[in-house]
Design a protein around this ligand. Structure first.
Ligand code: CS2
Ligand code: MG
Length: 403
């Protein structure tokens, strides 16, 4: 069997998604997600102009060889654009392999290690009361783990807070990036009160998570971790900018609050120090941004040696194809921790028909051959690409800060 076609489809059913479609001489079609929020067309061009021509004529069964060919063959290594492009090819080839074998991808990866994949949802609010009500709704829907984000008083544009007009949280805006304002001092005083309120109302029988979104210095993060210990968070995420792996030594020396890092990192080398020095508890690298299933499973295998668990990024800007791929891998690895499940807003469901399910706080990728996602290209054509940017964050004196 040979690869006979590879094309990139950029569409915006609810938000922008970049999808790679790979066709084979046997008529089997595989799909991969290549979405990099706010920089979508860079990956689309990387694939269209530099990768798709190389795929034609290759044997789709040789997934690892194709991975090495694209990674080492480019000479220029790592980085979100390269690793997202390679990921799309890798995931599409796993989809093909599953369809050829008539097996779900998790069976190709060694089979299920558990009955379901524990997922966490997002509760947020413009104040603690609103957050608390959203939290209660998540519990009613069956979630066993919920991330909590509340607007810091005086900073309406705090990360993770939806506009409050019934719209789902989606930070990307058209035209120029929106600008948010941030001051860590107010946040550090406020964050423990959020946890206190949630634990007081809901007790300790549910996992509570929180995303700091890269905003603190190492010593501030250490202080936050220590202040939250009594509320037993499942984790705090990205307490400092993730690219400075050594910063986590400072945090680790001061607190037992579990740490999750990695959604902006793209390779095993980016998380090597974090894992081998046991500076984190959960690694958040994702299928889409970390070279696909083939590379992410190496990250997880390294993590397993050091007692680090998975906690993959699963925001709505990773397409349903990425979510399906993540669930297959989550099911098959021994050191699974938790999976983010933000969901996708409509009309994404008209373009991506998925077979994964949610029940009682757990997801399952289903048993359809391959990934179990049908990509409807004709439906995708009805939702053309819209340029969008993530926000930029500034401190109150105007200094650009991590968003
Ligand atoms: C976030 C994301 O899900 C998360 O934990 O940090 O919402 C992130 O902001 C977006 O994926 C950026 O595109
Ligand atoms: Mg995050």
């Amino acid at each position: 069997m040979k690869i006979t076609g590879a094309r990139v489809v950029v569409s915006s059913p609810g938000r922008n998604y970049v999808t790679l479609v790979v066709e084979t001489s046997d008529g089997v079609v595989g799909v991969g997600d290549a979405t990099l929020n706010g920089r979508e067309l860079a990956v689309a061009s990387y694939l269209r102009d530099h990768v798709c021509p190389l795929l034609i004529g290759r044997d789709p069964a040789r997934i690892e060889d194709t991975w090495q060919y694209l990674y080492k063959g480019a000479y220029w290594r790592r980085g979100p654009v390269t690793m997202t492009a390679i990921a799309a090819v890798d995931v599409a080839l796993w989809d093909v392999k599953g369809k050829v074998a008539a097996l779900p991808v998790h069976d190709l990866l060694g089979g299920a290690c558990r009955d379901g994949v524990l997922v966490y949802g997002h509760a947020e609010g413009r104040d603690v009361e609103e957050l608390s009500d959203r939290f209660a709704e998540h519990l009613e829907r069956g979630f066993k783990a919920v991330r909590v984000q509340a607007a810091v008083p005086g900073a309406a544009g705090t990360y993770g807070i939806s506009p409050g007009d019934g719209r789902v949280y989606e930070p990307a805006s058209s035209h120029l990036p929106e600008e948010a304002t941030w001051e860590s001092t107010a946040y550090l005083d406020f964050a423990p009160t959020v946890f206190a309120a949630i634990r007081e109302r809901f007790g300790f029988g549910v996992h509570v998570l929180h995303d700091v979104h890269h905003r603190l210095t190492p010593i501030e993060a250490a202080r936050l971790g220590r202040a939250l210990e009594e509320y037993r968070p499942f984790w705090i995420e990205d307490p400092t900018p993730a690219e400075d792996q050594s910063a986590f030594r400072t945090i680790r020396a001061h607190t037992t609050t579990p740490i999750a890092v990695g959604e902006v990192l793209n390779s095993i080398w980016d998380v090597q120090t974090l894992i081998t020095e046991r500076l984190i508890d959960y690694v958040r690298t994702s299928v889409s941004h970390t070279g696909g299933i083939s590379h992410l499973r190496k990250v997880y295998a390294l993590a397993e040696l050091y007692g680090v668990r998975s906690g993959a990024h699963g925001a709505g800007d990773l397409s349903p194809i990425a979510h399906a791929a993540a669930l297959h891998l989550d099911l098959a690895i021994p050191n699974f921790g938790i999976q983010e499940h933000m969901g996708h807003r409509e009309p994404a469901g008209e373009v991506f028909r998925t077979s994964y399910t949610f029940s009682d706080g757990y997801m399952h990728p289903g048993s359809a051959p391959g990934l179990g996602v049908e990509f409807d290209e004709r439906a995708a054509a009805r939702f053309p690409y819209e340029p969008r940017y993530l926000p930029v964050n500034r401190r109150t004196d105007g200094t650009v800060h991590d968003w």
